[in-house]
Design a binder for this molecule. Structure first.
Ligand code: FES
Length: 250
């Protein structure tokens, strides 16, 4: 007889139901299946009404993030065999409104990426003409920000963050880490614009350094460190602004 595993899946179809429920499905257990494979099996073989997001199935696109037994995970990167004993409970990422079933509403995060200006900014007239080629960097300059550039916008760090769970106005781990990624890029000249957001009341000072954002990151980015580094540089800004006489400023 084929071995099976049970998945307890969060269901919510707001056009049909006033409250979410959980539905249990039995799927074949295979050593090499990730949790996303089991969800795809449910969709294809058992219940085509189930809604969820995924795309690459290789930990790159960041779209398959869900709560697996209460912990934010990329469902394409965790194996059924890791949860085989008992049921596996799958829910949408916590901290975000639910669109339908396992699909979260991600507008808040997308708007925060826009607010933080997660792209290279050059001062007006400072853009390098195309014919002069690329902006070059030394390996040391690249190393300054490379770790933060590995973020795939999966939002697991938001689902793990107790501050964001209490107050969604918090800019949050990934957006601040990406702001730092560009602030530390030698080609960028947009730090002053980003600081208005990063050092605002909703920015770095909301973070209480629990560090769960870093613990759950599937790409080994360290958003908690990015936030603490931003706190240090913002404090230095403040000292320069308030304590250093104008004549001595660099
Ligand atoms: S499907 Fe792309 S990261 Fe999981």
């Amino acid at each position: 007889m084929q071995e099976t595993v049970q998945l307890e899946i969060f269901r919510y179809r707001p056009d049909q139901e006033s409250e979410p429920t959980f539905q249990t499905y039995e799927v074949p257990f295979r050593e090499d299946w990730v949790v996303l494979d089991a969800i795809n099996y449910i969709k294809e073989q058992i219940d085509g009404t189930l809604s969820y997001r995924w795309s690459c199935r290789m930990g790159v696109c960041g779209s398959c993030g869900m709560m697996v037994n209460g912990v934010p995970k990329l469902t394409c990167a965790v194996f059924l065999r890791d949860y085989h004993e008992g049921k596996i409970r799958v829910e949408p990422l916590s901290g975000f409104p639910v669109e339908r079933d396992l699909v979260s509403v991600v507008d808040d995060f997308i708007n925060k990426l826009k607010d933080i200006k997660a792209w290279i900014i050059r001062e007006e007239g400072q853009e390098q003409p195309v014919e002069e080629g690329e902006y070059l960097q030394t390996p040391a300059e690249l190393a300054q920000y490379k770790q933060y550039s590995m973020c795939i916008n999966c939002m697991l760090c938001y689902a793990a963050c107790p501050v964001y769970a209490q107050d969604s106005t918090f800019i949050g781990p990934a957006a601040i880490a990406l702001g730092q990624r560009y602030n530390m890029d030698s080609r960028d000249q947009g730090r002053d614009q980003r600081q208005e957001i990063i050092a605002s009341h909703e920015g770095i000072w909301e973070c209480t350094f629990v560090g769960e954002c870093t613990t759950v990151c599937p790409k080994d980015v360290d958003p908690a460190a990015a936030i603490q580094r931003a706190k240090v540089s913002s404090t230095i800004d403040w000292f320069k602004e308030v304590l250093v006489p104008w004549g001595k400023r660099k």
